[in-house]
Ligand binder design. Structure first.
Ligand SMILES: Nc1nc2c(ncn2[C@@H]2O[C@H](COP(=O)(O)OP(=O)(O)OP(=O)(O)O)[C@@H](O)[C@H]2O)c(=O)[nH]1
Ligand SMILES: [Mg+2]
Length: 205
């Protein structure tokens, strides 16, 4: 590893409706994906802070959109998961509405990290989200999670599968294998986030 990248972050607020999103001009990098895929764990891994975002074995742990301000001039944003079957239909619809309001319309959003469990094919809800991001011209990266659970060859194949699926998307940036258990991909992901945040600031000015 060339040099270590440090990222410090602190919790700003949790929002259950768009009116509660923080009033700031900082660019935002969001973690979205199915319930239990490892969004909150990845935020803790990136910041090397064991307890910043709440993690659980029980899907549906994150129930608000949580904003964390970092010392690299952007916000990290942890979203509730989509597709959790065991919450009520009403709650699922509320989450879905909140996630879409954030991901498709938040002006600050510079990069959406779509987390996909590396052990499985991207699920229909993942594909729907990826298509919607592309349609809405939102820049996104696919983060393969839990890669510590895969053999190296299976991981290579998964990465290639996702690349092939998204090869025609103009707003697709990259696929990165990660693990919150081993720290795999942390350095690459922070490097990519840094580049995109800088790019989004030059695009704006
Ligand atoms: N082996 C392994 N387990 C992981 C990894 N990342 C997360 N987990 C586990 O997966 C479970 C869910 O992790 P969370 O980070 O809470 O997932 P989430 O996507 O935030 O879940 P919701 O907030 O419920 O949508 C926890 O038991 C984590 O310990 C990883 O890289 N490897
Ligand atoms: Mg979570």
């Amino acid at each position: 590893m060339a040099h270590d990248i440090q990222l410090n972050a602190t919790f700003v607020k949790g929002a259950t409706k768009p009116e509660h999103f923080p009033d700031t001009s900082l660019p935002e990098v969001a973690m979205i994906g199915r319930s239990n895929v490892g969004k909150s764990s990845l935020i803790n891994t990136l910041t090397r802070h064991g307890k910043l975002a709440r993690v659980s074995n029980t899907p549906g742990k994150t129930q608000e959109i949580n904003f964390f301000v970092t010392d690299m001039n952007f916000m990290l944003v942890d979203l509730p998961g989509y597709g959790y079957a065991r919450v009520s239909k009403t709650q699922r619809e509320q989450f879905s509405h909140l996630i879409k309001a954030y991901v498709m319309r938040r002006p600050n959003l510079a990069l959406t990290c779509v987390l996909v469990d590396a052990r499985h094919d991207p699920q229909p809800l993942d594909m729907a989200m990826l298509e919607e991001l592309e349609f809405n011209k939102r820049r996104f990266v696919v983060i393969l999670t839990k890669c510590d659970k895969l053999k190296p060859q299976a991981l290579v194949e998964r990465e290639q599968q996702v690349r092939d699926l998204l090869s025609n998307c103009q707003h697709f940036v990259d696929v990165l294998p990660t693990s919150s258990e081993t720290g795999l991909g942390r350095h690459n992901m922070l490097g990519l986030i840094k580049r995109i945040v800088q790019l989004s600031q030059t695009e704006e000015s």
